[in-house]
Design a protein around this ligand. Structure first.
Ligand code: CA
Length: 215
């Protein structure tokens, strides 16, 4: 006996369920009816897919931890799987929520996959994860990670390998331009000074001599 009211809200675990209805009238006569139901699993939902790295180097084995939160109302999700796809190849990912294989807390709904990634080719590594609850599969959730060339190492190293020398070259050429401008100015000033000096070297006695000779 679960209820004697006309309305009833009750949750069943997945599987076959039989509901018996007993009706008794005022004279005590009874009648029984039964309904058989099969209760399906609630569909699991995934959220908060997180990858421990924000880029991966091409051809360099990298230990990566991937976590995903699984919301399953009846708690019957038993399998969380994924795929790591990069450069046209696919690697199966296995997730755990039992406190092993990198999973920090058992049974907290955070499922973890930790293994060494080795990707080559292409510019993106794609992680797709889904949960399986008996015959139900959740929609996949996807995360992408850029693949970088280990020799270049992304934008920051581009800035330091090319950007900073470029900046130094620019500064150096501006300095050279500044120096030649100043040299030019100095040369002009020197010329002016020579001219002024030539005026000051004017000897009035020469004029006197000239006057004298004319006399
Ligand atoms: Ca966990």
């Amino acid at each position: 006996m679960v209820s004697d009211s006309t309305n009833l809200n009750i949750s069943f675990q997945p599987g076959p369920v039989r509901v018996d209805l007993l009706v008794k009238d005022s004279r005590g006569a009874t009648s029984v009816a039964s309904v058989n139901l099969t209760v399906g699993s609630s569909a699991p939902e995934l959220s908060d897919l997180m990858v421990s790295i924000n880029k991966v180097e091409d051809g360099v084995p990298t230990e990566v931890t991937t976590t995903v939160r699984v919301q399953d109302d009846d708690g019957t999700t038993d399998t969380v799987r994924g795929e790591l796809i990069a450069g046209g190849t696919s690697v199966a990912m296995y997730f755990y929520d039992d406190g092993t294989n990198g999973d920090s807390v058992a049974g907290d709904g955070i499922w973890t996959s930790r293994f060494s990634w080795l990707v080559s080719g292409g510019s993106w590594a794609r992680v797709e994860v889904w949960a399986i609850d008996s015959d139900l599969v959740s929609p996949g959730t996807v995360h992408t990670v850029p693949i970088v060339d280990p020799n270049e190492g992304g934008l920051e190293s581009w800035v330091s390998s090319l950007g900073i020398p470029l900046l130094l070259i620019t500064m150096a050429s501006l300095t050279v331009a500044g120096i030649s401008y100043r040299r030019m100015k100095m040369a002009e000033m020197a010329k002016d000074m020579q001219e002024i000096e030539s005026w000051s070297s004017f000897d009035p006695r020469e004029m006197d001599e000239e006057f004298d000779s004319e006399d």
